[in-house]
Design a protein around this ligand. Structure first.
Ligand code: FAD
Length: 219
């Protein structure tokens, strides 16, 4: 595993692909899977492809003190909308109670700070779902960015000639889907190899047929 290696340029050669970082270090790979999250579209373009742009969707959360834990026995989730599954109130494995996340489309790819508006929105929703929660102390607030795109679905694609697979736009549900995505990436990488083998076999049998028929014609 090569850590602390931010891919800055990509060079697709005949047999391998060379990835370079800004310090001039390089990694040579036969196959490449793009799982660059918020930079997935930038990486996709480095390989010469387009089709989606990342538009971060910020999600903010509030963590309440463990003393609030007896207030609820299970997760309370409102009816989802087309945009988001909604703000839920849930117990955490550490014994706290969380409220969140919000869903706000933003431009900045590094804006992981909490906002006054986001926290107010969460408190309003928490008051509606579990009013007594607001009497408890807030232990922490945090925010994360989902790698949303202009499309509603993940952007998965295989590019056999470049020996490259893109797992783009992995936003909400990405954690839950991660094992299935890994399996799909493997299938997509194998497919071109299988296809090439098949193509080679078809070409070989076609060539044999031509040779045999011309031998028959000549005979
Ligand atoms: C608020 C919020 C709530 C969520 N709720 C849920 C939920 O309820 N259920 C669920 O399943 N999922 C949920 N998710 C989504 C889930 O967390 C993400 O889908 C998942 O973490 C994305 O994983 P990833 O590996 O695709 O991307 P990341 O974890 O972002 O990994 C991308 C990696 O690529 C690296 N990278 C970027 N550019 C380069 C480069 N040039 N060179 C080398 N490396 C690079 C980054 O450093 C990073 O390590 C939520 C996300 C948020 C923000």
């Amino acid at each position: 595993v090569e850590l602390d290696f931010a891919v800055d340029s990509v060079s697709i050669e005949r047999e391998v692909t060379t990835l370079r970082d800004r310090r001039g270090r390089r990694v040579v790979a036969r196959f490449v899977v793009n799982a660059a999250g918020l930079e997935g579209d930038t990486m996709h373009r480095r390989f010469g492809f387009a089709g989606f742009s990342i538009r971060p969707r910020r999600g903010e959360l509030i963590v309440f003190d463990k003393l609030a834990r007896p207030l609820l026995g299970h997760t309370i989730l409102p009816v989802p909308t087309a945009h988001t599954k909604g703000v839920l109130v849930a117990p955490t494995v550490f014994g706290n109670v969380i409220v969140g996340p919000t869903a706000e489309d933003i431009e900045e790819r590094t804006a992981t700070g909490s906002t006054r508006a986001g926290l107010d929105d969460l408190l309003t929703k928490a008051r509606r779902i579990l009013p007594d929660l607001l009497a408890h102390e807030v232990t922490a607030v945090y925010a994360g960015l989902r790698a949303a795109t202009e499309h509603s679905d993940y952007q998965l694609s295989a590019h056999p000639d470049a020996r490259y697979v893109c797992l783009g736009g992995i936003r909400s549900t990405g954690l839950t889907a991660s094992m299935a995505l890994a399996e799909e990436a493997l299938l997509m990488l194998r497919r071109p190899v299988i296809d090439h083998t098949r193509t080679a076999k078809v070409k070989a049998s076609a060539a044999r047929a031509v040779t045999e028929s011309s031998a028959t014609a000549n005979g």
